[in-house]
Design a protein around this ligand. Structure first.
Ligand SMILES: [Fe+2]
Ligand SMILES: [Fe+2]
Length: 239
């Protein structure tokens, strides 16, 4: 694990991962629990379900690349499935706003949209096991729209103040929206999407995560396609 992190050539990242592993009392979270919420999203908004499936796999692959244990990578996949849970309780026009990369921060709809991480975290926060560690799933959900430079929401956290899980979701979420075909996304190829991500390194995204994403380009290509096909099959079952 540390050896893998060494490949990144960044001492800081090794320290973060080592201290993370030492301080965690890893809980094995039940996959079924998160699948329930994921399926709930499927019934309410199929596009959001497909989006969440893909954010889940990208988060999983990125966590593994960073050197985190498999149990944590699994948790990141579950977090991807439920990261936009709060959106499904909002009006449909707001739910569809997740399709856009940028959203007017000042509009009334924009202000409501910005509450979705809080709503999702409040719902999942009712489960004590999800709040037991500093890097808990509730915090990942709450902070999945925070930016590295402090310009994100809901709290404007900056740099490593943002939990690593939130930073992983932030980059995975944006990447998926960039590669998805319209109307779900921008329709870029994987390479072009990574180039766009690179432009926002140290602004929106943790630079360590950006370099790791670039290193797994080929893996992303293969898995995104597989997961999208599986998710579309699931959606067809109910439509
Ligand atoms: Fe979101
Ligand atoms: Fe999202």
């Amino acid at each position: 694990m540390v050896k893998e992190a060494t490949l990144l050539g960044q001492d800081a990242s090794i320290q973060i991962i080592e201290s993370f592993v030492e301080n965690q009392n890893f809980i094995i979270y039940p996959k079924d629990f998160f699948e329930c919420f994921h399926y709930l999203i499927r019934f309410r908004n199929p596009n959001l379900y497909i989006h969440a499936s893909k954010v889940g796999i990208v988060s999983y692959l990125l966590a593994l690349k960073l050197g985190f244990p498999t149990k944590f990578a699994d948790l990141m996949q579950y977090a991807g499935w439920v990261h936009d849970l709060g959106l499904i309780f909002m009006p449909l026009n707001i739910q569809d706003s997740f399709l856009r990369i940028t959203l007017s921060q000042d509009s009334g709809w924009g202000r409501i949209y910005k509450l979705h991480p809080v709503v999702g975290a409040e719902i999942l926060g009712k489960v004590p096991a999800l709040n037991e560690t500093p890097e808990n799933l509730t915090c990942m959900i709450l902070y999945h729209h925070e930016n590295w430079d402090g310009t994100g929401f809901p709290n404007g956290l900056k740099g490593r103040e943002i939990p690593i899980g939130g930073r992983i979701l932030r980059i995975a979420d944006t990447f998926v929206r960039l590669v998805d075909s319209p109307p779900r996304g921008e329709g870029l190829g994987v390479k072009d999407a990574l180039f766009e991500i690179l432009k926002d390194s140290k602004k929106i995204f943790d630079p360590l995560l950006v370099s790791s994403m670039i290193e797994i380009e080929d893996t992303l290509l293969v898995w995104l396609d597989l997961v999208e096909k599986e998710a579309e099959k699931e959606v067809e079952k109910i439509h």
